[in-house]
Design a protein around this ligand. Structure first.
Ligand code: IMP
Length: 502
């Protein structure tokens, strides 16, 4: 006879937190949201932490390089989508690792034999007025000079005048060597009243420009997540099919942590994938696995050697898996059960495996609930897809700006590897939809606001960090009538034509 779970499975919206005692020390500014990403032994530290408990979903419509840079700047990790060629994914990772806040590769470059007309055309195209002159006209060619609008006068000069005749040549330019820190670069800029400082390699190649305006923004990101070489930390999605080719390319490109992206993690395919990674890289390559929704699934992946485990089937905003296949579990129940299994495993083995609640976050306070229920961090798709940094189009629909957001199981993404159970290499039916979400502006403002709510609730529960929160949290189920009580009720809203703030 089939097994029946005793209780119905529940969603985040069916729970509330009951406040605990908060001392005068419980101020949002004192809350530390640092959280482990990969497993560690009792008494030791995780080798990868995040400064905020948020990751962006492994999806074409969410996690490209811009998202990765913006989220790492705030202290979280993006997992670059794996449903693209190995070369493209590795190139995205490499670009995130090469990106240095404040150090900008030159996007306007000419050779000394180019003309003033070429400069004007380039300015029109990029909108930038600083043009690098390099021997081969590339961004990293041998640096020979600079052209800015101060070097030429359109009304007085023939458009065919060669750049080498009016550029500011290298010997008159103040530049700095490779390895100069942003702080040092900024000091040079101030001391010499410059707008731009070129950074030049020992062999004379141009590397970057540092612009006067960029330094201050760097100082405003105290939580940014950097590796030992001060590069942004970034994750990458892999699948259970082409790992022998994909994993080496991603590792070579500098990915800090991998995650198997699959709709169903309780499968031999995941075990084989992790085994292959251990065989070739030992523990030096970190890999998360999932998704699972119960104790058994957790145990399986823990024993298979996963570095973190992702929870969630059927709860994603674009997901139609439950309708199509009749599988899944309420996200809150899944997190609660897997968190218990994680604690039990820790008791037994002394190994703590972080768990991630993936999908179904609608309101900011769902993040708080997921953490209270035992998640070490969350993964969000819809949430991040609304921001400037998601790699999709911003479109105007009936007067409102929207961003596109589509599931990996939609025919648009065609990510058959995510749903593959060893069958033919195609999506036989869709498990996701193609949709619009309301455009919400820059990531930074949204993430900071969301986390200010998380911090505030943690203070109400008397907790100053996530482990303390998990220990102290008191959760209560709510009845459907008390859910009505929770919103604005029995008043007439002064409607501004917009939906309620989430
Ligand atoms: P959201 O934050 O509620 O939008 O959920 C995002 C999560 O949904 C992702 O991290 C995936 O785990 C999952 N997901 C992505 N694409 C699909 C799909 O097409 N069908 C079902 N689940 C999906």
């Amino acid at each position: 006879m089939a097994f029946y779970f005793e209780e119905p499975s529940r969603t985040f919206s069916e729970y509330l937190l009951v406040p605990g005692y908060s001392s005068s020390q419980c101020m949002p500014a004192n809350v530390n949201l640092k959280t482990p990403v990969v497993k560690f032994k009792k008494g030791e530290e995780s080798s990868i932490y995040m400064n905020i408990p948020m990751t962006s979903a492994i999806m074409q419509s969410v996690s490209g390089e811009k998202m990765a840079i913006a989220l790492a700047t705030e202290g979280g990790i993006s997992f670059i989508y794996g449903s693209q060629s190995v070369e493209n994914e590795a190139a995205m990772i490499a670009r995130v690792k090469a990106y240095k806040a404040g150090f900008v590769p030159s996007d306007s470059n000419v050779t000394p034999d180019a003309t003033m007309q070429d400069i004007l055309d380039l300015k029109e195209k990029t909108g930038h007025s600083t043009v690098a002159v390099t021997s081969d006209g590339t961004a990293n060619g041998k640096f020979v000079g600079i052209v800015t609008s101060r070097d030429y006068r359109v009304s007085r000069m023939d458009p065919s005048t060669k750049v080498k005749e009016f550029m500011t040549p290298l010997e008159k330019i103040i530049y700095a060597p490779e390895g100069t820190s942003l702080k040092e670069a900024n000091n040079i800029i101030w001391d010499h009243k410059l707008n731009t400082l070129p950074i030049v390699a020992a062999d004379g190649r141009l590397l970057y420009f540092v612009f006067r305006k960029d330094y201050s923004s760097h100082k405003e990101n105290p939580l940014e997540l950097l590796d030992a070489q001060k590069r942004y930390i970034v994750g990458a999605g892999i699948n259970t099919r082409d790992y022998a080719e994909r994993v080496p390319a991603l590792v070579e490109a500098g990915a800090d942590v991998l995650c198997i992206d699959s709709s169903e993690g309780f499968s031999e395919w995941q075990k084989l994938t992790i085994e292959w990674i251990r065989e070739h890289y030992g523990d030096s390559v970190k890999v998360g696995a999932g998704n699972v929704v119960d104790r058994e699934g957790f145990r399986f992946l823990a024993e298979a050697g996963a570095d973190f485990i992702k929870i969630g089937i059927g709860g994603g905003s674009i997901c139609i898996t439950r309708e199509q296949k009749g599988i899944g579990r309420g996200q809150a129940t899944a997190v609660i059960e897997v968190a218990r299994a994680r604690d039990e495993y820790f008791e037994e083995t002394g190994v703590y495996i972080p768990i991630c609640s993936d999908g179904g976050i609608v309101y900011d306070h769902h993040i708080t609930l997921a953490l209270a229920m035992g998640a070490d961090f969350v993964m969000l798709g819809r949430y991040f897809s609304r921001f400037d940094e998601s790699p999709t189009n911003k479109v105007n629909i009936n007067g409102s700006y929207m961003k596109e957001y589509w599931g990996e199981g939609s025919s648009r993404a065609r990510n058959w590897q995510r749903y593959d159970m060893g069958g033919d290499k195609k999506l036989s039916f869709e498990e996701g939809v193609d949709s619009y979400v309301p455009y919400a502006g820059p990531l930074r403002d949204n993430v900071r606001l969301t986390l200010s709510k998380v911090r505030s609730t943690m203070c109400n529960c008397g907790a100053l960090n996530i482990p303390e929160f998990q220990e102290k949290a008191k959760l209560t189920l709510v009845s459907s009538t008390s859910i009505v009580e929770g919103g604005a009720h029995d008043v007439m809203l002064k409607d501004n034509g917009m939906s309620p703030v989430k």
